[in-house]
Design a protein around this ligand. Structure first.
Ligand code: PBG
Length: 333
């Protein structure tokens, strides 16, 4: 017995063919939305990273080649994360503003080979800091408690940002979460006539366990303590809005939410409250969960990768930092 429902509204009509689905699609993901994070090291070999299958610590030559391959499939923005030799790490992380350091050399090499590609650099001390923190660490002599010194750290971050700008970075991206760093870096850049260099602020960066594989890749985990006195509490939402207001007031050009997948509500909230372009960072743990479930045959890697990125874009991100950038761009064609 078949019974016809009296239904004037049938949403399935808008899904009845690929062409109709194409017409009504609300969100479109394209390679030009993607930013490709790349690891580098000071060596001649390209080292596969155990904690992040499919990723490498690139040599300068390998890096230039990889950036070229990504650009060829439409990914025109990259961000660098250096693995710094243990012998160069110090309590104040001075290597971060060495004009002949690994990152400035990488910027120059990539800009020379691929001038059309946007080069973004991470501004924070953790790869250079012997304590593995994003800022300078002071230990209370009585209690042994660790303090991350805000204003002293910002001073070093300004030197780091300037060093990257001088090497030719298009965008500097402070990921440290110190207070007041956006304004201080803007002022330092402007004073040095780098007013064309943009600032992409890690506005709402949470103290997340999803960064584990990244810290493995760079051997940059804190030697003691955690990052909870500077990165945000995953429980908080209003606090992200306050951070965003401050970044806007201090002159940020773009904002970022990190991680992305577990924080889609934060992306949506900032999208609604702020009119600056918004980035979201699909971090190493999000990447690894997809990679490892797919490697075990439990999910379809390509489909889940694209769906995860679509979800982030739909939530309100204009651009997405993702280790899948090159692979996703190939599929998006
Ligand atoms: C450090 C930094 C981290 C990431 C990007 N920049 C790690 C951290 O804050 O401990 C994580 C990225 C990822 O997990 O993919 N300033």
């Amino acid at each position: 017995m078949s019974r016809k429902l009296d239904l004037p509204i049938r949403p399935r009509r808008n899904r009845k063919s690929p062409a109709i689905r194409g017409l009504v699609r609300e969100t479109v993901l394209t390679p030009s939305d993607l930013i490709y994070p790349l690891f580098l090291h000071d060596g001649a070999d390209d080292q596969p990273i155990d904690s992040m299958p499919g990723c490498h610590r690139w040599s300068l030559e390998g890096l230039v080649r990889e950036v070229g391959e990504a650009a060829a499939v439409g990914v025109k923005a990259v961000v660098f994360f250096p693995a710094i030799a243990e012998s160069l790490k110090t309590p104040h992380g001075e290597e971060c503003f060495n004009s002949d350091g690994l990152v400035p050399r990488a910027i120059r090499a990539v800009k020379e080979a691929h001038p059309e590609v946007v080069v973004i650099t991470d501004v924070a001390l953790d790869p250079y800091n012997s304590d593995g923190h994003d800022g300078i660490v002071e230990k209370d002599p009585k209690t042994g408690e660790l303090r991350i010194l805000n204003d002293q750290t910002v001073e070093v971050l300004c030197k780091q940002a300037l060093c990257h700008a001088e090497a030719g970075a298009d965008i500097v991206s402070p990921s440290d979460m110190m207070d007041g760093r956006i304004g201080a870096i803007r002022e330092a850049l402007d004073e040095a006539h780098h007013e064309e260099v943009s600032i992409l602020s890690y506005t709402a960066k949470y103290a997340s366990a999803y960064y584990g594989p990244f810290r493995g890749a760079l051997d940059s985990a804190p030697k003691a303590g955690d990052k909870k006195t500077y990165q945000m509490d995953p429980a908080n939402w209003r606090e992200a809005l306050r951070e965003a207001e401050q970044d806007v007031a201090e002159g940020a050009d773009m904002l970022m939410v990190k991680p992305a997948g577990p924080y889609l509500d934060i992306i949506r909230a900032l999208r609604e409250e702020v009119d600056l372009p918004m980035a979201a960072y699909q971090v190493s743990g999000e990447y690894l969960m997809i990679k490892s479930a797919a490697a075990d045959g439990w999910i379809d890697e390509e489909k889940v990768m694209l769906e995860s990125l679509m979800g982030i874009k739909r939530a309100g991100a204009d651009m997405i930092l993702t280790y899948f950038a090159k692979d996703a761009a190939k599929l998006l064609g």
